[in-house]
Design a protein around this ligand. Sequence first.
Ligand SMILES: Cc1cc2nc3c(=O)[nH]c(=O)nc-3n(C[C@H](O)[C@H](O)[C@H](O)COP(=O)(O)O)c2cc1C
Length: 236
Amino acid sequence: MRQSKGSRVITARARSGCRVGDSDRLTDLFRVSCGVYRITSPGRTPHVRRIPSLVCSHGGVSNVLTEFRRALIDCLRRETGFADRSAALVEEYDLGDVAATGQPPSSVAAGLDARSAELLCRVRRFDAGPLGLTLSGPAYRDTPMIYANETLRSLTGYPLDELRGENPRLFQGPETDPDALDTLREAVDVWAEATVELWNYRRDGSRFRNRVSVVPMPDDSGMIANWIGVQAAIDE
Ligand SMILES: Cc1cc2nc3c(=O)[nH]c(=O)nc-3n(C[C@H](O)[C@H](O)[C@H](O)COP(=O)(O)O)c2cc1C
């Protein structure tokens, strides 16, 4: 049964740890955050609601994105619970049209090993979500990007064929923060999760502040072949 918007807000509040006194503010922000999605679920009248940009111009929106990031990482790494969890996210965040296109594009899927193809299916379910997503691997070949979702492509201006095969350091430039790079390098070396904020550059050379999380994805033997990257443009 479809939850009412009110109960979804309460769910979001419970997950975000906001106090009850914050509820009105959070209700507004949650509504704003829902507005970034195209809502074209089967059986419902297609319509589009937008906010001006995916950049977190508001602290509260950023809270919702943080929550989304956590939920996303959680469902990507829980193999068995993914179907249920993603269905809940689709409902919670009005991601109806993304659910309908759960398959990787054939041009990308061809030639991927089974593990990467499976991860890609999961990543692709969030193609038009509020966060950039990348799937990278294999790790022993400098973790080149296998896939970048639509949100990251539109944020950076790169088409998929220019990203595939490149390490995400492609987004770096003269003012990219060296300390943040040290953190990322170490995380990749020791197979750990990390989140940093740093300057990145779009294809046209303009820079944006990027909050990047890198998450190792172990295979059945516990080895790390693939990494998930979660990217969000944030206020400077
Ligand atoms: C999955 C994944 C996603 C990444 N996304 C970004 C990114 O969006 N922007 C960025 O500057 N670096 C990103 N990185 C970090 C770089 O790939 C690299 O780890 C970093 O530049 C440090 O290593 P290096 O000194 O070999 O360049 C990402 C790494 C991984 C594993």
